[in-house]
Ligand binder design. Structure first.
Ligand SMILES: Cc1cc2nc3c(=O)[nH]c(=O)nc-3n(C[C@H](O)[C@H](O)[C@H](O)COP(=O)(O)OP(=O)(O)OC[C@H]3O[C@@H](n4cnc5c(N)ncnc54)[C@H](O)[C@@H]3O)c2cc1C
Length: 485
C-alpha cells in the first residue's frame, strides 16, 4: 500500500474492477486521472472466490451484462476492458509486468472471501514491486469508522444511525468521463463468453424482460427514484403492488451506481423541494451500511447466527416443503406470489421478503440458511451483507432482529399490504378472478365460489402446506427449547 501517489506518467496504472462496474464516481479512475497516467481497466473472474457464497445464477447473469456494458463504454473512450479468469494474485503481477504498469488501484470489498483475495493481491504485488492503492467505492463510510460508546461495533441500528447520519453523506467525485485516459494499447483479454457466467438453461431469458443492465440504466432508475419515489416513499414502500421503491438494489450490488451518488441526488432534490423530517429512503441506505458494518465485524454470520444461542435451534429438514416454498407452492398466496416474483424476475419486494422469510423459518421451521441460499442463487441484487442481515433479522438470530416469537401471519399480511390482491393475482394468475375477500384464504371460500372463478385447490393452486395456527404453535414450541444464555 502506498500512502502518496507518486507519478511516473510513462507507466500506466491498472484499475482492477471488482464490485464497482461503473465509470462515474469511481475513486480509482479519478485517482488515476489525477496521477496523469494511462489506465488499463481489468476485471478478473475467480469462480472459486467466495466458496459456497460465490455469486449465484442471477448475480452471474447480472455480472455478464454489466461487464458487457462497461466494456462497451470503455471501448467508446478508446480503451479495452481486459477480462481474465483465475486468481487475481497470480494475474495482476503478470499484467503489470506485461504492461509496465507501476501501480494497481482497486476498490475495497468487505466480505471475508474478497478480503482474503485483497490480502493475497497486496502480498503478490508487493513481491513484484508494484504499488497498490485501495479506495472506498461502495459504501458511504467504512465499516470500521463507527464504534459505539465502549469502542465496540454497533449491534443495534438506531444508535448506529443516530451517530452515523450527521457525518455519513459524502460528495461523489466530479470529473468528465470523456477525459478518462484509457490506454489504446490493449493486453490480451479472455472473451466475455469464456467466463461462462450465463447459466446453460433458458431461465435467464425471463430476467431480460425485467432488467436493463448498464450504468446509464442505473442513472435512469435514480432519476425516477428522485422524481417519483422518495417523496412518497414513507407511505408507499410497504405495498408490493405499487412501484413505490427504487429498485436500485441490483445496480448497487455490482456497483453500477454508488450510494454516494444516490444520496447526493436525493438530498439535492430534497433541498430544492420542501421535504421535512428524516428521509425514510435514506434510512434504508443506512440499513445497507449497517449490514456491511455487521458483516465486516462478524465475518462468520453468513453461516452462523450472530446470537449464539440460536446455533442450537431445532430446525427441521424437509425437502418437500423447501421445494414448495422455493417455487411458490405453499398454498399461502402472499408467500407464493413473492416466491414466484423472485423466480420470474430475480427480485422481490422488501415487505414480501420479510413475509416469505418469516414463513420459512417459523411456519415451516426450516433454517434461515436454506432461505438465504435460495435467495443467494435467485436474487439479482444478492449481497452477502444485506442478505445475511435480512435472514438473521427474520429468524430472530441476528443483530437488532425481529424477536422470533413475533410471527407474521401470511393471511393478514396479505390483506393489510395487498388489500385488493393485485400483487398476488399478478404472480398467481390462477387466482386472478377470485374475489378479494378470499384471495389470501382461498381454502375458506365456498366450493361454488372457487369453481365459478376457476380455482381448483389441490389442482391448479395448492392447498396450504401447513395450517397457520399449527405452524405458529410448533414454532413457539421450538423456540421454547432454546436455553437463555
Ligand atoms: C430476507 C431478506 C433478504 C434480503 N436480501 C437482500 C440482498 O441480498 N440484497 C439486497 O440488496 N437487499 C436485500 N434485502 C433488503 C431489501 O429487501 C432490499 O434491499 C430491497 O427490497 C431492494 O429493493 P429497492 O432497491 O427497491 O429498495 P428501496 O426500498 O428503494 O431501498 C433503497 C436501497 O436501500 C437498501 N436497503 C433497503 N432495505 C434494506 C434492508 N432491509 N437491508 C439492507 N439494505 C436495504 C438497498 O440497497 C436498496 O436498494 C433483504 C431483505 C430481507 C428481508
Amino acid at each position: 500500500m502506498i500512502s502518496e501517489i507518486s507519478s511516473n506518467s510513462a507507466s500506466p496504472i491498472i484499475v482492477w474492477f471488482r464490485k464497482d462496474l461503473r465509470l462515474r464516481d469511481h475513486p480509482c479512475l479519478h485517482a488515476a486521472m489525477l496521477a496523469g497516467q494511462k489506465i488499463i481497466p481489468v476485471f478478473i473472474w475467480d469462480s472459486e472466490e467466495g466458496g459456497q457464497w460465490s455469486p449465484g445464477a442471477s448475480s452471474r447473469w447480472w455480472l455478464h451484462h454489466a461487464l458487457q456494458s462497461l466494456a462497451k463504454e470503455i471501448k467508446s473512450l478508446g480503451g479495452q476492458l481486459i477480462l481474465k479468469k483465475g486468481k487475481a494474485a497470480e494475474i495482476l503481477p503478470l499484467l503489470a509486468q506485461e504492461s509496465y504498469a507501476d501501480k494497481v488501484f482497486y476498490s475495497r470489498t468487505y466480505d471475508p472471501y474478497s478480503i482474503a483475495t485483497q490480502e493475497s493481491v497486496e502480498e503478490a504485488l508487493d513481491d513484484a514491486r508494484v504499488e497498490t492503492e485501495s479506495f472506498n467505492s461502495s459504501l458511504l463510510q467504512e465499516p470500521w469508522e463507527m464504534k459505539n460508546g465502549t469502542g465496540k461495533p454497533f449491534q443495534v441500528f438506531t444508535p448506529y444511525w443516530r451517530k452515523s447520519r450527521p457525518v455519513i453523506y459524502r460528495e461523489p467525485a466530479v470529473y468528465e468521463i470523456s477525459k478518462l485516459p484509457f490506454t489504446p494499447h490493449p493486453l490480451p483479454s479472455d472473451s466475455l463468453e469464456s467466463l461462462a457466467l450465463l447459466p446453460d438453461y433458458s431461465w435467464q431469458q425471463k430476467l431480460e424482460s425485467h432488467w436493463s443492465v448498464s450504468e446509464d440504466a442505473a442513472h435512469q432508475q435514480l432519476e425516477r427514484t428522485v422524481h417519483e419515489v422518495t417523496h412518497s416513499y414513507a407511505t408507499r414502500r410497504n405495498y408490493p403492488a405499487v412501484d413505490g421503491t427504487s429498485r436500485l438494489s441490483p445496480y448497487l450490488a455490482w456497483g453500477l451506481i454508488s450510494p454516494r451518488q444516490i444520496c447526493h441526488s436525493v438530498l439535492q432534490a430534497e433541498t430544492e423541494g420542501s421535504h421535512r423530517g428524516e428521509n425514510k429512503f435514506l434510512v434504508e441506505i443506512g440499513w445497507r451500511e449497517f449490514s456491511y458494518h455487521l458483516l465486516y465485524h462478524f465475518p462468520s454470520i453468513p453461516d452462523q447466527p450472530l446470537r449464539a444461542k440460536y446455533a442450537s435451534f431445532p430446525w427441521i429438514e424437509d425437502k418437500i416443503n423447501l421445494k414448495r416454498w422455493q417455487f411458490g407452492n405453499t398454498g399461502y398466496p402472499m408467500v407464493d406470489a413473492g416466491m414466484r416474483q423472485l423466480y420470474e424476475s430475480g427480485w422481490m419486494h422488501n415487505r414480501v421478503r420479510m413475509i416469505v422469510a418469516s414463513f420459512l423459518v417459523k411456519h415451516l421451521l426450516l433454517s434461515w440458511n436454506d432461505g438465504a441460499r435460495w435467495f443467494w442463487d435467485t436474487l439479482v441484487d444478492a449481497d452477502l451483507a444485506s442478505n445475511t442481515q435480512g435472514w438473521q433479522w427474520a429468524a430472530g438470530c441476528g443483530a437488532d432482529a425481529a424477536p422470533y416469537f413475533r410471527i407474521f401471519n401470511p393471511i393478514t399480511q396479505g390483506e393489510k399490504f395487498d388489500g385488493r390482491g393485485e400483487y398476488a393475482k399478478r404472480w398467481i394468475p390462477q387466482l386472478e378472478s377470485l374475489p378479494s375477500k378470499w384471495i389470501f384464504r382461498p381454502w375458506e371460500a365456498p366450493a361454488e365460489i372457487l369453481k365459478t372463478h376457476g380455482v381448483d385447490l389441490g389442482g391448479n393452486y395448492p392447498e396450504p402446506c401447513i395450517d397457520h395456527s399449527e405452524g405458529r404453535t410448533r414454532a413457539l414450541a421450538a423456540l421454547a427449547t432454546l436455553k437463555t444464555p
